[in-house]
Design a protein around this ligand. Structure first.
Ligand code: NAD
Length: 263
């Protein structure tokens, strides 16, 4: 299937590692021009180099903390200046820390809001006028299965990410007539540093091994294994493509069947 992604300009936020990096790599493999960011320039440069060496397509990276609205907007401006526009935005960031409601104070809530909701608002606002004017755009938000089925012990994630879903649905209605499509992709348990940190934190709390925690998760997933970042990246590529021209305002999980709800 030709996805029509060659020479499309794709901005992939928080992409030096994990899911963001896999998405940047997959889009680059399809011939897109990819702009990447992460907070640490050294790790980011290594990721840019690795992807360029593999695909040969243009990849550009600039350090940016997406929790800081000024830095986030500046990254978009620089990326659009570098490549001469923007067709695709993938909103991604790290995840907020695990914990229960009484563990967190106001600053923790503000940090989670800035990391996972305000970053999506800021980055989307920075690309939307361009996408609207060119009558073509794709915005894909990486969220979590927690928006469909809250995960115990992840109160910050469960709460702020649902705001992203409301935002995406509203944007899909506001910008659909301009050919700008907005969708959400929800990772289930996916093998990245983030999931290893969560396993380690739970293992310490319960006095068991990380492997035991991962084994418990796997047992509760119909596919009986954790996901690979590349499996999620493939869906993002499809949603970013010409072929997904009639899909907007949806929230799709890539979770091996983990979510029990019917929708
Ligand atoms: P990860 O920790 O492996 O990678 C996160 C990436 O984001 C890294 O490149 C990091 O440098 C970058 N980053 C983090 N904070 C940033 C910031 N403020 N500004 C710029 N860059 C930043 O995480 P991941 O597993 O790839 O997860 C990506 C997203 O998906 C996270 O929001 C995570 O919570 C969510 N998620 C992951 C899983 C999973 O199982 N891996 C499940 C559900 C949801």
């Amino acid at each position: 299937m030709d996805l029509g992604l060659k020479d499309k300009i794709a901005l992939v936020a928080a992409s030096s590692k994990g899911i963001g990096k896999a998405v940047a790599h997959a889009l680059s493999r399809e011939g897109a021009k990819v702009a990447m960011c992460a907070r640490d320039q050294e790790t980011l440069s290594a990721a840019v180099k690795e992807i360029t060496a593999d695909t040969g397509a243009p990849v550009w990276g600039h350090a940016c903390n997406v929790s800081d609205p000024d830095q986030a907007a500046e990254w978009v401006d620089k990326a659009m200046e570098h490549f001469g526009g923007a067709h695709i935005l993938v909103n991604n960031a790290g995840g907020p820390p695990p914990g229960q409601f009484l563990d967190f104070g106001r600053q923790d809530w503000e940090n989670a809001f800035r990391l996972n909701l305000l970053s999506t608002i800021t980055l989307s606002k920075a690309v939307l006028p361009r996408m609207q004017a060119q009558k073509w755009g794709r915005i894909i938000n990486i969220t979590s299965v927690s928006v469909k089925q809250p995960i115990d012990g992840l109160i910050l994630s469960n709460t702020v990410r649902t705001g992203v879903i409301g935002l995406a649905k509203s944007l899909s209605r506001e910008f659909g007539s301009y050919g700008v499509l907005v969708n959400n992709v929800c990772p289930g348990y996916t093998l990245t540093e983030r999931i290893k940190q969560l396993a380690s934190s739970l293992a310490q709390k319960e006095g068991v091994s990380e492997q035991e925690i991962i084994g418990r998760w796997e047992a509760d997933i119909p596919c009986k294994r954790l996901g690979r970042p590349e499996e999620l990246a493939d869906l993002v590529c499809f949603l970013a493509s010409e072929r997904a021209g009639y899909i907007t305002g949806v929230t799709i999980q890539v979770d091996g069947g983990h979510v029990r709800g019917t929708m």
